[in-house]
Design a binder for this molecule. Sequence first.
Ligand code: HAM
Length: 429
Amino acid sequence: MPQYQAVKGARDIFPEESAQWKYVEGVIHTVASLYGFSEIRTPVFEYTELFQRGIGSTTDIVGKEMFSFLPDPNGRSITLRPEMTAGVMRAALQKNILSAAPVHKLYYIGELFRKERPQAGRQRQFSQFGAELLGVSTPAAVAEVITLMMQVFESLGLRNLRLRINSLGDSDDRFRYREALKTYFVPFHDRLDDSSKERLEKNPLRILDSKNPAIQEIVAGAPRLYDYLSVASVEDFEKVLYYLDERGITFEIDHRLVRGLDYYCHTAFEVTSSELGAQDAIGGGGRYDGLARELGSSSEVPASGFAAGMERVLLTMEKQGLFAALTPQGPVVYVVLQQAELADHGMQVAWRLRKAGIRTEIDLAARSMKAQMREANRMRASWALFIGSAEVTTGLYAFKNLVTSEQTTLSLEAVLETLHETASGELQK
Ligand code: HAM
């Protein structure tokens, strides 16, 4: 085994796989633009307080999963971003973009870091794509965010996804519900595990999130948040569901869905894929009107958004055979050297073709002509252009169509003309 390995929970993406990533990213860019979302890129690290305030200090992410460090002994702690929403809101507030235009629709694709135990579909460095709609969080806005997410999944061809949705109400609703939860859990105190006991003190809603089967059994009888919602909160939620229904988006109401971040209010949702095993959440999000204030904004910024795990999207696509049609782009022309001494001339020709926008390959390892032809076929080159001593003197090259095996003799200008006129557009796609 080589001495150096990638850090546990981080992985390399080799060309075959990066072609899949590029394809998925292309679909994301296209669908996001259909909905009028523009791309934002924020730094990979932020001051630690941003996440403590934004995501919530009682959450697993802030409590135990952040990669934080002090850049210098007296400096402020910095954290590799564990999610994008807090950073996007920070950026919007910092640049004060909402004063120029009241609504901003932003999307992103980026790397994130969480100190979780690595397993299939769960990494310490992973990527998300997502969108944040800032400035308005009406049911129409929230439905737009969910619809955008589902259209990306649909455009990628993903099947068997389950969208679960819930309303977390407003802070008054949640206050009443928290009290009810406390009253419910107290008699079970002795049966609660340590983390649930701690959650009961600090944030009883988090207990609903427990993966422990013994706790889930107790949770099954707990009161439902839905029953503590105000009339206005119920109406808001019903309107979001109405839009989804209208658009033929299938969902299930899940009264236990609370999500692992503290900034949510009203609608929250999660999508799971049956293909994924234990780590089956492919994406999730919701409305977060309180985040801006939490980050020190003097006025409220109504907002909603979602994020989906790129690796989990790709894993699901792989399992559903959705990459089968994705063949790597081969060169259009393979420049074949009849003798190694002609390499300089060959390089010049290859450079001219590349400058003219033609994907071109040439052997850099002085291999035999037979080996070069084998390589051209392996790479599925469409044409071979031969460089022999006669070609160098006359400036006319043997040019072979590797699909039909037809061969002609042409000047380089005529080669370029042929490539641009014939199927070159198709070959270069
Ligand atoms: P989240 O549910 O923490 O939400 O993450 C969203 C998605 O990121 C998950 O559904 C999962 O697919 C992926 N993911 C999370 N952790 C890992 C990991 N360790 N390895 C691989 N994939 C992972 C958020 O991050 C919110 N910021 C979403 C949001 C945006 N809410 C509003 N706007």
